[in-house]
Write a protein that binds this ligand. Structure first.
Ligand code: ADP
Ligand code: MG
Length: 709
């Protein structure tokens, strides 16, 4: 495909790096006021300016004549302003707006615009605008605008009506669409020919236009097919850079580290597997095979194990840990909460009681003498398996010969923590990361793009779907009547308190205590009710969990501390109070507490949904059992911005790509990136230097080491 080059500034050539160092104030018309307004939008340099892409394009070929509008449809109309008037009173909590009367030669259209009052001084009579929104009936028809933009030309900037597509920009009070377009035009002129950091052959293979052409087309579209190709190019661009970064990181680790070549002979693993009270599922067998093969090789293992709540990931972890011990090393498993660490300690040391394996627990709340003993055993190598919380990666913990690290329920940790073990031990310990599935496939390709992935896609036989019911706040006693029946049949139940901050603030603890009192005194006076929250002393928590596990406590009132991993098979019902406030993956994890027994499990979501999002979440959780499905729904509800918003992910923010929508591009970009890095791991080929520089600038100083030989 031939892409005619744009004729603007054809003489000079610039790199994005250059453009990043040139301030917007260089452009004519950018004084302190505009500079500040641009700054609010995150636009500081010429590079920011030209990559301030439209949030979407309005297709003017679909413009309707006012006389053809139908009530109920969504439509785009181009017309001239006849008059405007403010709409005085806020309606139902919305900001006041204004009404603008439009005329397009076929009829008049009253148009309501909410908010955006600052547009009023631009909407003078006879100014041409494009509006789109919903046609409603109101004394005839009116349009409720979703977007409105002035489209008249100004001093030589190609107007949007030159083509059929009007770019719609993210703007704010201080800078309006028309000005934005003028400034972008000037910035593109000033920039000249922008050099492309992506290798030409990659672009050719995928029929993608150059960066320069794509940027021009997106801001000043000429025709539909080109605009589409330009968008695709920008999406590919982002994803390719990200994937190349991941590929380089993986290559770097593989080239510079050696792992332990585990040579277990099965003297611990075989008796452990034989002693299990159940047969492994085919998926567990397969995944254990994948993990052990990695451990045997000299390459350090970096593997993510995904498996839905209750799919039996712990057995896989123990198999790996025993293999480490058989080979003369030590194994460690890090859990996100003390409750879970304790549970792993109890169940794993129980399962290994007959085997010559020393299991040691290390948590932050142990007494000084317990801690000293644990640390001593870890350092001398007397401790074969170490189970703990974050305490494992704190200063003062010295392993004798750590050769395998299992990180359980990874999604509760920041991504960065999974690498913290690397300095311990002589060789890099193999790493196995376990996670239940709030990670859709798209994300595991990105956040975890440098890990191998194993998936347990099968639940142990006989698991029954959890009957999930949404219960109105006013009818919450009905949920407790159902629970009473379960208790009568000898089973146990969890009651989860309304959402508690991660920190478990004091007022939340008070709310938990109140709920406990109510259940203990009024609702289930005849039953033994226990309370568990994050602020309790470790010994008290241990006691409460032990009593619940033993069946002595029949109802456990708890904050989200039981969210992950807790496994009490006799518990068959869970009531979640204030369910509208929980995230979807949290609800799924909580519900997972009751899917492990033989009895048909029940989940009651006591809820008072007030937002559309919480309604959608509740609807999804009552409809789907599958964690993969739920995580995709979750991503769709929350939007992806939130996932990459935090810098802790170590990922550049995505500006144009959307992982769910652009999965096909992601897969292509990933393949190209990994192929490229396989051929040129440090990107030292002169053709790849611009790419290397771009990745470095995007990912920041923390990837400096990526390309070191
Ligand atoms: P998760 O993947 O959520 O960590 P666990 O490893 O805690 O799940 O396992 C959940 C429950 O299922 C445990 O009680 C465990 O003993 C049981 N389990 C694991 N594998 C099997 C199997 N193959 N057949 C029957 N029960 C199993
Ligand atoms: Mg688990």
């Amino acid at each position: 495909m031939a892409w005619p080059t744009s004729n603007t500034g054809a003489g000079s050539r610039t790199t994005l790096t250059d453009l990043r160092s040139r301030p917007v104030t260089e452009l004519p018309g950018v004084g302190p006021r505009i500079e500040a307004a641009l700054g609010d939008l995150g636009i500081v340099s010429l590079a920011d300016m030209i990559s301030h892409y439209p949030s979407r394009h309005e297709d003017l070929s679909n413009v309707k004549r006012i006389s053809d509008l139908r009530v109920g449809e969504r439509a785009t109309v181009v017309g001239r302003v006849v008059s405007t008037r403010p709409v005085g009173k806020p309606v139902r909590g919305r900001a006041p707006g204004f009404s603008v009367q439009l005329y397009d030669g076929t009829g008049y259209l009253p148009t309501t615009v909410w908010g955006r009052g600052w547009l009023l001084n631009q909407l003078l009579p006879d100014v041409r605008v494009v509006v789109s929104g919903e046609v409603q009936r109101r004394y005839g028809i009116q349009l409720v605008a979703r977007s409105i933009e002035v489209i008249d030309e100004e001093d030589g900037t190609p107007g949007p009506h030159a083509g059929r597509f009007v770019p719609v920009y993210p703007v704010n009070r201080g800078i309006q669409a028309r000005r934005m377009r003028t400034l972008i035009h000037r910035a593109l002129d000033a920039a000249g020919r922008v050099l492309d950091p992506l290798p030409a052959e990659v672009l050719l293979r995928h029929g993608l236009p150059s960066l320069h052409d794509a940027i021009h087309e997106v801001h000043f579209p000429t025709e539909r097919s080109r605009l589409k190709a330009a968008m695709r190019r920008l999406i590919f661009h982002e994803l390719f850079l990200m994937q190349t970064g991941l590929a380089a990181r993986k290559a770097r680790l593989e080239r510079t580290t050696v792992g332990d070549r585990h040579a277990g002979d099965g003297n611990l693993l075989n008796p452990y597997l034989k002693g299990l009270s159940f047969a492994l599922t085919a998926a567990q067998e397969r995944v254990i095979g994948e993990v052990l093969a990695d451990m045997r090789s000299e390459k350090p293992m970096r593997r993510l194990l995904q498996g839905d709540v209750g799919s039996g990931k712990t057995v896989v972890a123990v198999a790996a840990l025993l293999t480490a011990v058989e080979s003369g090393g030590q194994g460690a498993i890090m859990a996100p909460t003390e409750v879970l660490a304790e549970q792993h300690y109890l169940s794993i040391s129980g399962a290994l009681a007959e085997l010559p394996v020393n299991v040691v627990l290390l948590t932050g709340s142990q007494s000084a003498s317990e801690r000293r003993a644990a640390l001593g055993a870890i350092e001398s190598g007397e401790a074969h398996l170490v189970i703990g919380t974050h305490a494992l990666i704190q200063k003062g913990v010295e392993f004798h010969d750590l050769s395998l690290v299992v990180v359980d329920e990874q999604h509760r940790f920041g991504v960065s923590q999974r690498t913290l073990f690397k300095e311990k031990g002589r060789v890099r310990p193999d790493t196995l990361v376990l996670t239940a599935t709030p990670i859709p496939r798209t994300l595991s390709l990105t956040l975890y793009g440098d890990l191998e992935v194993s998936i347990i896609d099968e639940l142990p036989p006989g698991r029954k779907p959890v009957q999930t019911r949404i219960v109105d706040l006013a009818e919450r006693h009905e949920a407790y009547e159902e629970v009473r029946k379960e208790l009568g049949a000898g089973r146990q139940a969890y009651v989860i308190c309304p959402l508690v901050e991660e920190s478990e603030a004091l007022e939340d603890v008070r709310a938990a205590e109140e709920l406990y009192e109510e259940l203990d005194r009024e609702i289930f006076p005849e039953r033994r009710v226990g309370l568990l929250h994050g602020r309790m002393k470790a010994a008290d928590k241990r006691e409460v969990m032990a009593s619940f596990r033993a069946g002595a406590t029949e109802v456990l009132v708890s904050t989200v501390v039981v969210e992950v991993g807790v496994d009490v098979p006799n518990a068959s019902a869970i009531v979640i109070e204030g369910a509208e406030r929980f995230g979807l993956s949290q609800l799924h994890q909580l519900r997972g507490r009751v899917c492990r027994g033989l009895h048909p499990p029940k989940c009651y979501l006591v809820a008072d949904p007030r937002t559309e999002d919480s309604e959608q979440r509740l609807e999804a959780i009552s409809r789907y059992q599958d964690g993969f499905k739920l995580s995709e729904v979750d991503l769709a509800i929350r939007g992806e911005g939130t996932l990459f918003g935090s810098r802790q992910s170590g990922m550049p923010d995505l500006k144009v790509a959307q992982l769910l929508r652009d999965l096909d591009v992601l897969v292509e970009a990933r393949r190209e990136a990994f192929t490229l890095v396989a051929k040129d791991p440090t990107l030292k080929n002169p053709d790849h230097r611009p790419l290397r520089r771009e990745i470095r600038e995007l990912l920041g100083a923390n990837v400096e080491w990526l390309f070191r030989e």
